[in-house]
Design a protein around this ligand. Structure first.
Ligand code: PLP
Length: 410
């Protein structure tokens, strides 16, 4: 059960949703009652064994948890250093970690009597997971997606349609995840009575960052048990890719008290962390500000205007980062690095060739960092990276990046 995690000293947040100076609840007065209702429902659910029994049942029989912990033998051999393990969350139903959290939020929505679910999505994986669970429970589903992402993640758009969701392409801004989240928040204040906003990452106003983290913590919790079984001890280093930061928080959170375990978050370095901001590395290249209801590190100009950022990976293309990561960064408990598009593409190809696993572009960033550091580490050093999504959605993007013409893949 996941709820025995909540009693640790670890992270908070405090009663106002603050992780140190980050997080909080910067929302309009109209949104406040909705946020407080959600928090009250979540507080009740957290201590209710029937809530976790329902989650466990669905995680097991609908999602396929626990996901395997896999020793990447050929990759380890090729790198010649640390032992590399992959947490196989790409094998979940719908192909990514997103469904871990969606199930929790939809069960809460049902408890609150909400019949209409809205969501934002970037790569489309959160949208697909939300559309899937809504179909399962007969709920109306509306997904806000940046127009640019609708184009580059076409397979996921069609999947959502098949699952009965309504897709709203968002053309404001640059038509990416940030803009989709703005429009979803606008929808929520307009449709207060029947609508539940299912956020896909550890961002947004309190209680979302903590709640999404709690639902995703099943990842790290399973890794603890599985690594003990495989190696008789905990891993030395954990590595995960960061868009908003939910798969990473899910892996990291159950290890925060284990200070011998190194924790590394990998941001999208795009074309390189440069002054033109052609990247999405909010911690490496941004500074604190307020977006989507919380205070965190953001890509912004001198006037505080949010910059769009850039990454080959739609799921990492967010100009902010969850507030708990901002805090872990500032207190030094976790380290954050960035990986460029080119490095991620090379890791993507290596993973296909050596392990027979086609990864999503998001975890390819984590893998690229593994490939950077593993050769220098001793052979008894254990790395666990989160393979948080499969690559089916990305094959056309990768084909283009590798110079193939559509229809000429042979
Ligand atoms: C497969 C995959 N990994 C990672 C992410 C990034 O999200 P987060 O940082 O919340 O895990 C996404 C987002 O769409 C995704 O689809």
């Amino acid at each position: 059960m996941a709820n025995d995690l909540f009693n640790s000293f670890m992270t908070g947040p405090d009663e106002n949703g603050r992780f140190g100076e980050f997080g909080g609840r910067f929302v309009s007065e109209t949104l406040m009652p909705l946020i407080l209702d959600l928090q009250a429902e979540y507080d009740r659910a957290k201590d209710d064994p029937t809530f976790w029994a329902e989650m466990d049942d669905l995680w097991t029989h609908y999602v396929g948890r626990p996901s395997p912990l896999y020793f990447a033998e050929r990759l380890t051999e090729e790198l010649g250093g640390a032992k590399v393990y992959m947490k196989r969350d790409e094998l979940n139903h719908t192909g990514a970690h997103k469904i871990n959290n969606v199930l929790g939020q939809i069960i809460l929505a049902r408890r609150m009597g909400k019949k209409r679910i809205i969501a934002e999505t970037g790569a489309g994986q959160h949208g697909v997971a939300t559309a899937t669970v809504c179909a399962k429970f007969g709920l109306k589903c509306v997904v806000y997606m940046g127009a640019h992402d609708v184009e580059r993640q076409a397979p996921n758009v069609f999947r959502m349609r098949l699952l009965g969701a309504e897709i709203v392409p968002v053309t404001s801004g640059r038509g990416t995840l940030k803009d989709a989240m703005n429009d979803a928040l606008r929808d929520w204040v307009t449709n207060v009575r029947d609508t539940f906003y299912c956020i896909g990452t550890v961002a947004g106003p309190h209680p979302y960052p903590a709640m999404v983290r709690d639902f995703q913590s099943i990842i790290g919790k399973e890794v603890r048990t599985q690594m003990e079984a495989a190696e008789g001890r905990l891993p030395d280093t954990l590595i995960a890719a960061i868009g908003g930061g939910s798969n990473a928080m899910g892996l990291f959170y159950p290890f925060l008290d284990d200070t011998d375990v190194n924790i590394i978050g990998v941001e999208a370095g795009g074309k390189g962390v440069n002054a033109k901001m052609e990247h999405c590395a909010s911690l490496t290249g941004g500074r604190p500000g307020v977006l989507h209801g919380n205070r965190t590190y953001l890509l912004q100009d001198d006037d505080g205007q949010i910059l769009e950022g850039f990454s080959i990976s739609a799921g990492l293309d967010y100009p902010g980062i969850g507030p708990e990561h901002a805090w872990l960064h500032d207190i030094g408990r976790a380290k954050y690095v960035s990986i460029t598009d080119t490095e991620a593409l090379a890791a993507f190809q290596k993973c296909c060739e050596l392990e027979g696993i086609i990864p999503a572009l998001e975890p390819s960033h984590a893998l690229a960092h593994v490939m950077k550091i593993a050769p220098e580490l001793p052979k008894d050093h254990i790395i666990c990276m989160n393979m948080c999504g499969r690559g089916d959605k990305d094959i056309f993007t990768v084909a283009r990046a590798l110079g193939f013409e559509m229809g000429e893949f042979a």
